[in-house]
Design a protein around this ligand. Structure first.
Ligand SMILES: *[C@@H]1O[C@H](CO)[C@@H](O)[C@H](O)[C@H]1NC(C)=O
Ligand SMILES: *[C@@H]1O[C@H](CO)[C@@H](O)[C@H](O)[C@H]1NC(C)=O
Ligand SMILES: *[C@@H]1O[C@H](CO)[C@@H](O)[C@H](O)[C@H]1NC(C)=O
Ligand SMILES: *[C@@H]1O[C@H](CO)[C@@H](O)[C@H](O)[C@H]1NC(C)=O
Ligand SMILES: *[C@@H]1O[C@H](CO)[C@@H](O)[C@H](O)[C@H]1NC(C)=O
Ligand SMILES: *[C@@H]1O[C@H](CO)[C@@H](O)[C@H](O)[C@H]1NC(C)=O
Ligand SMILES: *[C@@H]1O[C@H](CO)[C@@H](O)[C@H](O)[C@H]1NC(C)=O
Length: 718
C-alpha cells in the first residue's frame, strides 16, 4: 500500500489513513507481478504481556487485533514481494492474536443475509454434490478448475429439466494469520462465453489458535440455470499466499444443491402472467417458484475476459473491460447483471478526498486519497451508455477495523450484491446476428472521472428469446444524460495548520438536486410481434458525502448516502423497477492510547421485474427454443431462454452498526474490543420472508432472533 505520509514523523493523518488502508484485503490486481498485498491484519504474534487487559471491555473472548499502524509508504500492492514484509517487523508488525482461551470451539463467522429461498416440503427433494475441495495456500494464478457437468450430480437429480432451484454453498476453515481474500467462481462454455462470474465472495479472517474460524455461505444461483444445465468449465479462485508470516491456508469446500419436484408430472411450465395486476402477482409467483427453472430462465452470456481456465474479471481502470459476443436474433428482453468491487487503492473509495482538496495538502500528502468519495459503475453497449449505478460499499472482513466483523461480517462480504440493468432498449441493434461490444467502466464525480484503481468488474447478459425464426428489430437507442461535471458539486476546504488542534480538512460531494439522470429510449419490434413499442429506461442516482479530518487529524468522520433508482417500461408496461439506498457513516478517532472506529451502514433494495411485460407480448409464454444456435442442450432435451427466475418483487432492508477499539502498544495496535448489531429483513412476492436481529459483543453473540418463513433455513451461529 503506497501512501505518502502527511508529516515526516509518523503523522496522525498518516496513522488514520494507514489504519484505513492497512486493514484491507489481501487482494491485488490479477495482473500484478507479485502475489502479495501488504494490507494485512492477520493472526500470529502472541499478545504482549503488557496488553491492557485491565480495560473494562476486555473479556476472555476478546479479539486481540493489531493493525499496521506504521505500514505507510513502504510498499505498493503492485510491487510488494516477500522481502517488503520486513517493514512490518521493523514497525513491530501488525499482529492478531486470538485470546488464549481454554475453549477449543471454532469461531463461526457469519453474514446475516437471506437464506436460500427454498423450504422442505413433500413435493420437493434435494441433493447436494461437492464440486471442489481445496486448501488454498499459494494459490495466486492457480484457481481450481472443474469440468462441470450435470452428470456429476447423483442419479435421480441430474436432469436439469426438473430443477426448481440451484444453490452454491461454501464452507471454509482456517487457522493462523491471513488476509481476507476476494474469492470468485466462474462457469461457462464456448456457447455461453467462458467464465461467467456466478459468485463474488470473501473468507473470514482466521484466528491464530486451532480450531480457528469456520465460515459458511450460500448463494442462490438459480438465475444461472442456463450455465448449470450444460457442461462447462468451472473456475474457483481464492488467491492466497502462505509463508512464515501469513500462515493460514484457506480450506474450502464448494458444493451445489439442486432442488426439484418429486413428481415430474407436476413440472408444467408456469402459466403466463400477462395482464395480471401487480397486487395479484404474489399468488402467481408462489405457483411459479415451484416451476422448473427450464421454463423460466434466460440464456446467459459472459461479460468478462472469457478465459477458459482463469478468473476473468477485469481490473479497471487499466484493463479495457470489453467483451464481444453475439446474441440470438430473436431476443425479446435482455437484462445485464454487473459485479463490481473497489479493491487495492480504491477499496475505501468512500473515504477518498476530492482531488482538489488533496492538492491543497502539503506536497507529501497529496496522493493520499484522491478522486473523491463517489463512484459510478457503468455499462456501455457499442460505446453507448446503457446504464449506471452507484455501487454499495461492501466492507470486507478485514475492512476499516476487523474488530468490528468478528464473528458477524459486514453485509454483502460473503455474497456481494450485484446490479441489474435493463438492456432491452438495445435489442434493435443487438439482434443482427453479429458480435457487439459490452464495456464496463467505473467513474468518479471528478471532471476527469478518474478513480484510484482497482475495480474488479465483470457481468453477464441474461436474454429471453422468442420463437425460432422470428427476428427482433428496432432503432438505435437515444441516450439523454448530463455530463458528470454538470451532475455533481464538489466542495471543501483546508483550514489552518491541519496537524494542529484547530486545523481541519473538509471534502464534500453532492449530486445536483433531483439527482443525476440518464434516460435511454428506443423503438423496438420484438420478434414475432407486428407492432413496435417504445422501450424506455430511466436511471437516477443521488449522492451526498461529507468528510472531515479534525483534531490534528486525529478524527476522521465520513457521512454519505448513495441512492438511486431504475425504471424501465416496454410499451408503457413496467418491466424492471428498482430503488436502492446505501447510507454509510464512519468515524476513526485516535489519541496517544487508542485508535477507535465506529461505523453504521445500511442496504435497502426494492426491485420488481415483470418478465411478461409488453415486449414479450403473447408470443413467448410457451417459447422454449433452446440454446443460441438451436442445437440440443447437453444432458437434457430442454433449453432455456424463456423468462427470469426472479421473484416479481423483492425487498431487502438491513442496518448494521459496529465499533472497534484498539490500543497503541509500542507503536503497534492491539485490539481491545469489537461489537456489531444488525437488523435484516427480506420479503418477496413468492411468499418468502426472513427477519433477523443479531448483536455481537467481543466475539460473543448476545442476541440472535430469527423469524419469517425461511427461519428454518438460517444457518446456526453459536
Ligand atoms: C516496548 O518496547 C520496549 C523496547 O523494545 C520493551 O522494553 C517493552 O517491554 C515494550 N513494551 C511493551 C508493552 O511491549
Ligand atoms: C487445511 O488443509 C491442509 C491440507 O490438507 C491441512 O494440512 C490442514 O490441517 C487443514 N487445516 C484445517 C484447519 O483444517
Ligand atoms: C484472458 O483473456 C484475455 C483476453 O480476453 C487475455 O488478454 C489474457 O491474457 C487472458 N488471461 C489469462 C490468464 O489467460
Ligand atoms: C492512487 O493513489 C496513490 C497513492 O495514494 C497514487 O500514488 C496513485 O497515483 C493513485 N492512482 C490513481 C490512478 O489515481
Ligand atoms: C502545526 O501544528 C503542529 C502540532 O501542533 C506543530 O508541530 C507544527 O509546528 C505546526 N506547523 C506550523 C507550520 O505551524
Ligand atoms: C477509545 O476507546 C477506549 C475504550 O476502548 C476509550 O477508553 C478511549 O477513550 C477511546 N479513545 C478515543 C480517542 O476515542
Ligand atoms: C395478447 O393476446 C390477446 C388475445 O389474443 C390480445 O388481446 C392482447 O392484446 C395480446 N397482448 C399483447 C401484449 O400482444
Amino acid at each position: 500500500m503506497k501512501r505518502r505520509s502527511l508529516v515526516k514523523s509518523p503523522g496522525l493523518l498518516t496513522l488514520l489513513l494507514a489504519a484505513l488502508a492497512s486493514y484491507g484485503q489481501g487482494r491485488s490486481l490479477p495482473q500484478a507481478a507479485s502475489p502479495l498485498s501488504p494490507r494485512l491484519i492477520g493472526a500470529q504474534a502472541p499478545v504482549s504481556a503488557a496488553f491492557p487487559r485491565s480495560t473494562a471491555s476486555v473479556s476472555s473472548a476478546d479479539p486481540l487485533v493489531e493493525v499496521a499502524a506504521g505500514s505507510l509508504g513502504h510498499t505498493s500492492p503492485f510491487a510488494s514481494t516477500l522481502p517488503d514484509l520486513t517493514f512490518m517487523n521493523e514497525q513491530k508488525d501488525p499482529l492478531e492474536a486470538s485470546a488464549v482461551t481454554a475453549e477449543a470451539k471454532p469461531l463461526i463467522n457469519f453474514e446475516v443475509n437471506v437464506p436460500p429461498r427454498w423450504l422442505p416440503s413433500d413435493e420437493q427433494e434435494s441433493s447436494t454434490t461437492v464440486l471442489i475441495e481445496r486448501s488454498f495456500a499459494n494459490s495466486y494464478y492457480k484457481p481450481s478448475l472443474l469440468r462441470y457437468s450435470p452428470s456429476l450430480i447423483p442419479k435421480g437429480f441430474r436432469d436439469p429439466t426438473k430443477w426448481t432451484s440451484l444453490v452454491l454453498e461454501q464452507r471454509g476453515v482456517a487457522v493462523g494469520r491471513q488476509f481476507d481474500r476476494l474469492g470468485t467462481i466462474f462457469l461457462g462454455n464456448s456457447k455461453t462465453g467462458y467464465s461467467t462470474e456466478v459468485w463474488r465472495t470473501d473468507n473470514a479472517q482466521p484466528v491464530r489458535d486451532p480450531p480457528g474460524v469456520l465460515w459458511e455461505a450460500h448463494k442462490d444461483v438459480s438465475r444461472y440455470y442456463d450455465l448449470f444445465r450444460q457442461e462447462g468449465e468451472m473456475i474457483f479462485d481464492y488467491p492466497n499466499v502462505v509463508n512464515d508470516i501469513y500462515t493460514a491456508p484457506l480450506n474450502i469446500t464448494l458444493s451445489l444443491t439442486v432442488h426439484q419436484l418429486k413428481d415430474a408430472a407436476a413440472a408444467l411450465p408456469a402459466p403466463p402472467k400477462v395482464g395480471v395486476p401487480i397486487n395479484a402477482i404474489g399468488a402467481l409467483d408462489a405457483q411459479s417458484k415451484a416451476t422448473p427453472l427450464a421454463a423460466r430462465s434466460p440464456l446467459v452470456y459472459s461479460i468478462s475476459q472469457r478465459n477458459k481456465t482463469s478468473a476473468s474479471h477485469w481490473a479497471v481502470p487499466g484493463d479495457k473491460a470489453v467483451a464481444r459476443f453475439a446474441i440470438p436474433v430473436n431476443a425479446m428482453q435482455a437484462v445485464a447483471e454487473i459485479y463490481a468491487s473497489g479493491t487495492a487503492d480504491d477499496e475505501f473509495w468512500y473515504g477518498s478526498l476530492n482531488t482538489d482538496i488533496t492538492k491543497q495538502l502539503p506536497t507529501d500528502a497529496q496522493a493520499g486519497f484522491p478522486h473523491g468519495a463517489y463512484r459510478e459503475v457503468r455499462l456501455y453497449v457499442d460505446g453507448i451508455l446503457a446504464g449506471a449505478v452507484a455501487p454499495y460499499p461492501v466492507i470486507f472482513t478485514g475492512g476499516i477495523s476487523p474488530l468490528m466483523w468478528r464473528p458477524q461480517t459486514g453485509f454483502g462480504s460473503y455474497d456481494q450484491p450485484t446490479y441489474l440493468l435493463d438492456l432491452t432498449a438495445f435489442l434493435g441493434i443487438l439482434c443482427d446476428g453479429r458480435e457487439h461490444e459490452y464495456e464496463i467502466k467505473v467513474a468518479s464525480a471528478e471532471e476527469d472521472e478518474e478513480n484510484n484503481k482497482s475495480w474488479f468488474v465483470s457481468g453477464n447478459l441474461q436474454v429471453v428469446v422468442g420463437k425460432e425464426g422470428d427476428i427482433t428489430s428496432g432503432s438505435t437507442p437515444v441516450v439523454e444524460v448530463a455530463s458528470t461535471k454538470d451532475s455533481f458539486v464538489l466542495s471543501g476546504s483546508v483550514k489552518g495548520n491541519i496537524t494542529g488542534p484547530d486545523g481541519s480538512i473538509l471534502s464534500e460531494v453532492k449530486s445536483i438536486p433531483g439527482g443525476r439522470k440518464i434516460k435511454i429510449s428506443s423503438h423496438l419490434t420484438p420478434a414475432g410481434t407486428l407492432q413496435g413499442l417504445e422501450v424506455v429506461t430511466e436511471h437516477t442516482t443521488s449522492f451526498s458525502s461529507k468528510q472531515t479530518l479534525t483534531q490534528g487529524l486525529d478524527r476522521n468522520d465520513v457521512t454519505q448516502h448513495a441512492s438511486g433508482s431504475q425504471k424501465s417500461t416496454h410499451g408503457g408496461a413496467p418491466f424492471l423497477e428498482n430503488s436502492y439506498s446505501y447510507p454509510l457513516t464512519f468515524g476513526i478517532t485516535s489519541d496517544e492510547g487508542f485508535l477507535n472506529t465506529t461505523l453504521k451502514h445500511e442496504y435497502h433494495l426494492e426491485q420488481a421485474l415483470h418478465p411478461l411485460a409488453a415486449s414479450r407480448g403473447n408470443s413467448t409464454s410457451h417459447a422454449n427454443t433452446g440454446s443460441v444456435d438451436g442445437s440440443a442442450t447437453v444432458g437434457s432435451g430442454s433449453g432455456s431462454g424463456s423468462g427470469f427466475p426472479y421473484p416479481s418483487t423483492q425487498r431487502i432492508s438491513t442496518r448494521q452498526s459496529a465499533a472497534g477499539s484498539a490500543a497503541k502498544v509500542n507503536g503497534s495496535l492491539v485490539g481491545i474490543s469489537g461489537s456489531a448489531q444488525q437488523t435484516y429483513s427480506y420479503v418477496d412476492s413468492e411468499g418468502y420472508d426472513f427477519k433477523r436481529t443479531v448483536e455481537v459483543v467481543d466475539r460473543v453473540v448476545k442476541r440472535d432472533e430469527i423469524d419469517g418463513s425461511l427461519k428454518s433455513q438460517a444457518l446456526p451461529v453459536q
